[in-house]
Design a protein around this ligand. Structure first.
Ligand code: BES
Ligand code: MN
Ligand code: ZN
Length: 496
C-alpha cells in the first residue's frame, strides 16, 4: 500500500527516489520543473529541445540522477496544453504514465509536482483525488493467487503543493481519493477471484468483514429465510448448485433517521455456466465476473463509509451460482416470485433477472429515495455499447440526469437506453405472468423490461455493466466499475 501525503516545501531540498515534474506541449516547463532544471544545468529543457518528450498527456521521460539534485531521478511527464485545464481523461493518462514509470524504475518513493494539475470542471481537491485514484488503478495487480508477487516497492508519494493552503486542499483530495481507490480495489479483487474461491458464502463472509472494519450493519439471509419470504425465483436458480445462496444486506447510516436511503442492488452470480441452457465453452471462465455488480456494491459501501458521508445507504447483494444439475431449472419451468408474479423460465441462462427481481421486491421495505440495480445482465448490452459506457435504463428523467452527471464527472459513464412499454410484449407468454426472455431483438432492453415489471412506483434505474465490469485479453481484469460513478452519485445526493 502506497502512502500519500501533501507537503509544501522547496523541491530542491527533498531527497527522493524520483522527482516527478511536468512539461507542456509548447516545450515550456512547470514552475517546479523550471526550478529543478535551473539547478541541474538545463538538462530538462535540452531533452525537450532535442525532441525526447513532446508534452502529450501520457508521455514520460525518465532521467537518471544529476549533479545538483537531491533526487535520484527526475521523471518528466507531458501535461498537454499550458493554457487549458486538463480533461479528466488526460489527467488519468498522466497519472498512469507516472505510475508505470515509477514501477518500472522500482522507485521506493516519489515526489509529484501538482501545481499544474487542474482538471476541467473539478475542484483542486478533486483533481488530486483523480490523480491518486488513477495511480492506484495503474499500480493494481491481482497476485494473491501467485507465488511470485508483483513489485510493491513504491511505499510513499508526496504531492508537492505550492503553499500551506494548497497542501490542505490536497490533503482533502488525498482522503477522498484513497477512500475511492480502496472501494475500487475491493470490487476488483472480488471480481478477479475465481468461482471456486469467491462463492456466495465467501461474499457473505467478506460482507461481515466490512461490518467489523467499517461499522456497517450486515445481515445475511439464508435459504430458509428466503423461502419464508417467498423468493421462489431466486431460489430456483440456486437449486441447481451445491453452494447455498446468500442474501447479503449492508447498511450504512450516516444520515438522519428520517432520510430515505439510497439502495444499491448488485447481481452476485459467483459463476454463471448458464444452467441447463448451458453456455458454450469459449471464454466461459469470464463468467466468474458475473458477480461484479455485487462487487461494485461492496466497493461503494466501503468508499462511502470511509468518506463518512452524511447519507443513508443500503447495499443488497443476492448471491448464487448458476449451474446445470438434476435439481436445476428446466426450460419451460414456471416459478413464483416474491412479488407473486409467476415467471416462465424459457432460458435458464437468463438467471440474473431471476435473482434480481426478488431482491428488488425485498427492497421495497426500505422505502428508498432511489434504488439502482447493477448487473452483468446481458451479452446484448456488450453488442450494443461495447466497453465504454454502461447501459442505463430508467423511467425517471431526473435519475437519468443524475447518473449521467455523476458518470461524466468520474469518466465512469452511462448511456441511456430505451425502456419503452413497446418492448414489454416480447416477454409475454401464454403460460405465466412473464417470460424470462424476450427473443433475440433488443436483449438488453427486454431484460430491463423484465426488471421494470417488479419496480413499479419506485425511483429505479438499472445499470447493465456486462461490457464495462472487466477487460478481456492478456491483461484481463475486473475494472471496479461502476464504483466511481455510484460513489459520486452518493456524494452528490449527500450534498443536496
Ligand atoms: N451473465 C450473463 C450475461 C453476460 C454474458 C455478461 C456475456 C457478459 C458477457 C447473463 O446471465 C446471460 O447469460 N444472459 C443471456 C441472456 C439470454 C439468455 C437472453 C445472454 O446475454 O446471452
Ligand atoms: Mn446467464
Ligand atoms: Zn449471468
Amino acid at each position: 500500500m502506497t502512502k500519500y501525503i501533501a507537503k509544501s516545501s522547496n523541491p530542491l531540498n527533498l531527497a527522493t527516489d524520483c522527482m516527478v515534474v511536468g512539461a507542456y506541449q509548447d516545450g515550456s516547463l512547470t514552475d517546479t520543473a523550471q526550478l529543478v532544471d535551473d539547478k541541474i544545468g538545463g538538462f530538462l529543457s535540452s531533452a525537450i529541445n532535442q525532441g525526447d518528450l513532446n508534452g502529450d498527456p501520457g508521455s514520460a521521460l525518465l532521467i537518471p540522477g544529476l549533479q545538483g539534485s537531491k533526487a535520484s531521478r527526475v521523471l518528466l511527464v507531458g501535461c498537454g496544453q499550458r493554457t487549458t485545464e486538463l480533461s479528466i481523461a488526460d489527467a488519468s493518462k498522466i497519472a498512469s504514465a507516472i505510475a508505470g514509470s515509477l514501477q518500472k524504475c522500482r522507485a521506493k518513493d516519489a515526489v509529484i509536482d501538482i501545481a499544474g494539475l487542474s482538471v476541467d470542471s473539478h475542484t483542486q481537491s478533486e483533481s488530486i483525488a483523480i490523480c491518486l485514484q488513477s495511480i492506484e488503478y495503474s499500480l493494481y495487480a491481482f497476485d494473491q493467487l501467485k507465488q511470485k508477487k508483483s513489485n510493491k516497492n513504491l511505499k510513499s508519494i508526496i504531492f508537492l503543493a505550492t503553499d500551506r493552503s494548497d497542501a490542505n486542499l490536497a490533503q482533502v483530495g488525498i482522503a477522498r481519493g484513497q477512500a475511492l481507490a480502496n472501494g475500487v480495489k475491493t470490487a476488483r479483487d472480488l471480481g478477479n477471484l475465481p468461482g471456486n474461491i469467491c462463492t456466495p458464502t465467501y461474499l457473505a463472509k467478506e460482507a461481515k468483514k466490512l461490518q467489523k472494519s467499517h461499522g456497517l450493519k450486515v445481515t445475511i439471509l439464508e435459504e430458509k429465510k428466503m423461502e419464508e419470504l417467498g423468493m421462489g425465483s431466486l431460489l430456483s436458480v440456486s437449486r441447481g448448485s451445491r453452494e447455498p445462496a446468500k442474501f447479503i444486506i449492508m447498511q450504512y447510516s450516516g444520515g438522519a433517521k428520517k432520510d430515505a436511503p439510497i439502495v444499491l442492488v448488485g447481481k452476485g452470480l459467483t459463476f454463471d455456466a448458464g444452467g441447463i441452457s448451458l453456455k458454450p465453452a469459449g471464454a466461459m471462465d469470464e463468467m466468474k465476473y458475473d458477480m461484479c455488480g455485487g462487487a461494485s456494491v461492496f466497493g461503494v459501501m466501503q468508499a462511502v463509509a470511509e468518506m463518512k458521508l452524511p447519507v443513508n445507504l443500503i447495499g443488497v447483494v443476492p448471491s448464487s451460482e448458476n449451474l446445470p444439475d438434476g435439481a436445476a431449472n428446466k426450460p419451460g419451468d414456471v416459478v413464483t416470485s416474491m412479488a407473486g408474479k409467476t415467471i416462465e423460465i424459457l432460458n435458464t441462462d437468463a438467471e440474473g433477472r431471476l435473482i434480481l427481481c426478488d431482491a428488488l421486491t425485498y427492497c421495497r421495505r426500505f422505502k428508498p429515495a432511489k434504488i439502482i440495480d447493477i448487473a452483468t445482465l446481458t451479452g446484448a448490452c456488450v453488442i450494443a455499447l461495447g466497453a465504454h459506457p454502461s447501459g442505463m435504463f430508467t423511467h425517471s428523467d431526473e435519475l437519468s440526469a443524475e447518473l449521467e452527471e455523476a458518470g461524466n464527472h468520474t469518466l465512469d459513464r452511462v448511456w441511456r437506453m430505451p425502456l419503452w412499454d413497446d418492448y414489454q410484449n416480447q416477454i409475454d407468454t401464454p403460460f405465466a405472468d412473464i417470460a424470462n426472455v424476450g427473443g433475440r431483438n433488443a436483449g438488453a432492453v427486454t431484460a430491463a423490461c423484465f426488471l421494470a415489471r417488479f419496480t413499479e412506483g419506485l425511483n429505479w434505474a438499472h445499470l447493465d455493466i456486462a461490457g464495462t465490469a472487466w477487460t478481456q485479453g492478456k491483461n484481463k481484469s475486473s475494472t471496479g466499475r461502476p464504483v466511481s460513478l455510484l460513489t459520486q452519485l452518493v456524494i452528490n445526493h449527500a450534498e443536496k
